[in-house]
Ligand binder design. Sequence first.
Ligand SMILES: [Zn+2]
Length: 275
Amino acid sequence: MKKIALFAATLCAVALTVFAGKPAHAAGLERLYILNCGEGTAGDISRWSPGVNVGKSMPFVDNCYLLKHSSGWMMWDTGLTDAIAAMPDGQKPADPKATHWYRPKTLASQLDALGVKASDIKFVAVSHTHPDHVGNVEMFPQSMLLVQKAEYEWPNPLGVGRFKPEHPVTKLEGDKDVFGDGSVTIISTPGHTPGHQSLLVRLPKTGALLLSGDAVHFKSNWDNRGVPVGNTGQDQTKASMQKMADIMAKEKATLWINHDKAQRDSLKMSPEFYE
Ligand SMILES: [Zn+2]
């Protein structure tokens, strides 16, 4: 009997050791909030899916994600500029096929409601430099920007830099484990823009999520590997989608598509959160 007990205790100890030795699922990552960073209507969705649904409009959303890690807060994308909230008719695009954006809530008010100050944000990472993703970067002038070197140095038609030169920045060349514990990893996914990136998040209860950025805009494009006409690299986009699919299979990760309204309608918005 004693032997059996001893054997069981040994087994337990071994099991505990093995468990403790496993890569901690989400070492320091505690929570993820989805913030409303815009809502709009795309005039012609074939801009994003050439030859498919020509002339059809579709609702779009724009998300920002706030991550609470034991060693600091991180923003993933900053959405459309808060200034649009004050425009009664929203922001009309020059090209009617593009997206007419509204800002039902400001980013500032949503952070405020959570008691998070801009100066609390340690890292701001953006998927890319289109205006619906970098609109509020300068709300966080002290936060370390995490952006691919290829995106930072991508020539801007306005003849100025894509970011303020005084903004602290870490220029990345590829994937990056942000907190050094595997819980939040920037994944280089070029193609939509030269230095586009996505974000792999490992939450303790929810599990692994892959935040798309604009590597894909809506689910049917993901399913059919549709590539928007405006992307800077067509083959690069397809290679990035394959990289994402491989990561998702390995991590058993769920893909959260930033602009997909149908998906966002099924998710909890801040102040609710995922853990
Ligand atoms: Zn974009």
